[in-house]
Design a protein around this ligand. Sequence first.
Ligand code: GCU
Length: 679
Amino acid sequence: VNLDYAAWLQATPVALDAKAYPFTQAIVWRTGRRVLDTAAAELCQGIAEAFAVEPKVGEAARLAPCRLYLGLPTDLPGFVANQVSAYVQQVCGDGYVIVPIEGGSLAVVGHVDIGCLYGVFHLLRAIRMAQPLTEPIVQSPHNELRMINHWDNADGTIERGYAGKSLFYRSNTVQFDPVRVRDYARLLASVGINAIAVNNVNVHRVETQFVTDAYLPSLARLADLFRDYGVRIFLSVNFASPVELGDLATADPLDPEVQAWWNSTADRIYRHIPDFGGFLVKADSEFRPGPFTYGRDHADGANMLARSLKPYGGLVIWRCFVYNCLQDWRDRKTDRARAAFDHFVPLDGRFDDNVLLQIKNGPMDFQVREPVSPLFGGLARTNQMLELQITQEYTGQQKHVCYLVPQWKEILDFDTHACGQGSTVARCVSGALFGCAHGGIAGVVNVGDDLNWTGHSFAQANLYGFGRLCWDPSLSVETITDEWVRLTYGDDQDVVSALAYILLASWRTYEDYTAPLGVGWMVNPGHHYGPNVDGYEYSKWGTYHFSDCHGIGVDRTIATGTGYTGQYHEPNRSMYENLETCPDELLLFFHHVPYTHRLRSGKTVIQHIYDTHFGGVEAVEQMRRMWAELADKVDPERHHAVRTRLDVQLQDAIEWRDVINTYFYRKSGIPDRQGRTIF
Ligand code: GCU
């Protein structure tokens, strides 16, 4: 067995015996509802794995001295319902309560069945982590939509996928192993994910047909597997579908025939998939078609689609990753970082109530370090979602350890100051700050058909942490990390502390040996792996660092640059605008400075570059040593697999270090103060 397959739902027995949790002897629920039956089955399985005793069910369960009651308030016997009702009233959406009942019983209760399932996963996690269950637990999700985006293509490839082929498609057909998909749905639900877009945002010729009868029956079978775990499916759609499928001469969103075409398309989809979530749309972005072709704007386009879904309760998730990807590198005035804000802020308030704008965390594109997109806080009358990248496109492609939960936490905690202090990104996207009807977080997922799901075993921690943060962005990085490590690799103290150390150091380490101080983009074009300082410097993608013999960085100030800093509210605007207050780690994102510029840390920029690049490689060496020391404490298969990847990481970190250091030494002519080897 590959232990990685079970991920954080390991089947190992726990140290405690079942007597510590007397309610595990019997489970009482009302059978016949799919999600609740799933919840009960998970509970039986989880208890059997943990304690090696099967809980009683059915009539036998009702006679047991202590019981676990599972269900909605209306499913419960009166005396249980009475004891939980005060807590259940505090629950919102698909949340749940876990409440001790007199006499050693326990109740797991939600307003909807899926809430009960989440409660079960919480309970099993608590048992695995030996947490006491003596006080009532009341949990509501902070975000309505907790969503996974698959960039899977019908031919089985995955755009920016680093863990094998698609779980859903082969040879231009929907083809999947139902057991595998079910296990995947289970993993997602166990961390609270409730929505999934099953195909790439770049909708090519074949995937354009997903909305037709040629594909809907098989997609409906896929949706059915996710349904048991409360995960609703969405489709990425091609804005030009009416034209590309050969039905109409135009896709103009204001043309009534186009509206009628989408209306009947929505109707067809819902006949196959009654709980269909809606559309995810990449339009007028990187050569994808969109409303601009017809002189219309994004609100016209999104609202037209939204009206087709409205009668069925569907949503349109419209991406804001819109910029000019045919820029002239000689043009220093155009700034790609400004684009999303410039396109969408003028449309604030014009979107229908079942449209959400999906906004990437940063203004560029999932770099290892970027400021938070100023669209958060810039849109006050529009439903919005945060888009994160779980797949490690620019962060080591799952060959390197790069645990992104600390990055995501910084993003969610960032204060936009849109409505004064405390206007965090977490509150913008949940809808709480502006009172929006819908909100949530989406992540471009890192899984494929590799037996361990994510290629690198430690990349599972990103998927886990993503789900946990969607549910509750106020969880601490340490809590999430501790949960993942112990659930996945067990409780041995040496393993727990070494793994937590490695994970928590990894993002900073990756940043240290790659592009410095927020400048980004020093990667090989196309596949985005490995160092290439000028790889994008003379390209059309709007991704430059402007290094010369004097200095480096992009001047995005109002005073002398592109004016991007003006898209932030005060005090962020001034903080970024002024060299004295701009955080070091983002300095080169906002300013062009001489190599001798002194950072707030006291070091010069050039010395910082050298120090972090040498230090980054040393940090990888240390991770490798720490992992090697765990050889006797981790199963050989996982130990070996991770060691192999750490070897690759070290080798490639050395390459990064030497290329970057050499480049800047040659550009600046300034030697390393410590005289280390630079080529
Ligand atoms: C990045 C990524 C592409 C992707 C695009 C997007 O540019 O490299 O593969 O299609 O983002 O998010 O749409």
